[in-house]
Design a binder for this molecule. Sequence first.
Ligand code: AMP
Ligand code: GLY
Length: 413
Amino acid sequence: MRVLLIGSGGREHALAIGLVADPDVEQLIAAPGNPGIAQIAELREVTATDPASVAALAVETGADLVVIGPEAPLVAGVADAVRAEGIACFGPSGPAAQLEGSKTFAKDVMSAAGVPTARAFTCSTPEEAAAALDEFGPTYVVKDDGLAAGKGVVVTDDRSAALAHATECGRVVIEEYLDGPEVSLFVVTDGEAALPLMPAQDFKRVGDDDAGPNTGGMGAYTPLPWAPDGLVEQVMAEVVHPTLAEMRKRGTPFAGLLYVGLAITGKGPRVIEFNARFGDPETQVVLAMLTTPLAGLLRAAATGELAAHPPLTWRDGSAVTVVVASEGYPEAPRTGGVLTGAERPGVIHAGTARRADGALVSSGGRVVCATATGTDLAAARDAAYALVSGIDLAGSHHRSDIALAAAERRVHV
Ligand code: AMP
Ligand code: GLY
């Protein structure tokens, strides 16, 4: 099978590693890719958000399967354009990707499907926003309604900061605060059949002990030793299948990767958000544990054959990834710094570039994700942090407590 992978971040490097490990994959082409992906795939240029360009590249490269990593191309309808050429594509249609593209749309689907989530109001003026903030009280949760790469959300006890974010964004969703540990559950689906991957936890705040602003994610681990028994089955029954049924009913079935972000509250799991693609950096740890051939799984979802797919298989033990971020991330990341120690197994490239003189440099806020497995969370942590200590980038920072509370059995529902 010849696979074309669209995207250029850490998630795509993790997907690339999984795809080339599948014995059925003869060739992996990635566009635009990054220097980490370049070690294992042929790179091509493409404007990933342009449906016609991606579809043309899929035809030109003779791809049997196209895998779309990031959300913006999905929302732009890239998967539709690829399928219109008769090529199998892993990724939802543009209309189905609205589950991520619009928070209001997602809330509407959840409400119609009876999916447990935070109560919410969509607000378009500062007056409406103020009324919604006062309806719920602190802690305030204000979300940009559009695509914001997981960064358009402010969670704060400061009413004026909450109102300022609402005013700046224009149209926002203001919702009830959900208290409880967060879980990311990835579900591979062909629109009807659905296979859950191992649940993971992401660390959204920039600093240790969840201090500072939200980021795209500073690290992740899997599995979750503290997760209640039956959690995945409950989420499949209460969230995933009703949502997939509602999307079919609307004539826009969702096929691809449904990412369910949950808070495990005292009243049970509640949906924080849906995404229409693999999460970053949770993909790095979930795929490190998956032993089922990845391309075959994604192709089965892309071609409506998931019901016949064998059960997924997993490695024993745990996986941990730690993001090494640029100086100034998330507010004002400094790029262009020379990076060493990053060309080793387990170091997944997220925001790196190759300078004309061949040096590897930082090119984004999240630069690399040091990813390792181990017999348990403590061992996987040690191995991931050993990789981090070998990476040198002036001014860079990382959290030192990824998976620590879980390893020490300090996470409770
Ligand atoms: P989102 O982009 O919706 O995933 O939000 C980003 C992050 O903000 C989430 O991972 C949570 O940490 C936090 N968050 C979002 N919505 C809520 C909520 N209703 N209650 C508590 N925290 C939330
Ligand atoms: N890890 C969060 C996200 O991918 O949005």
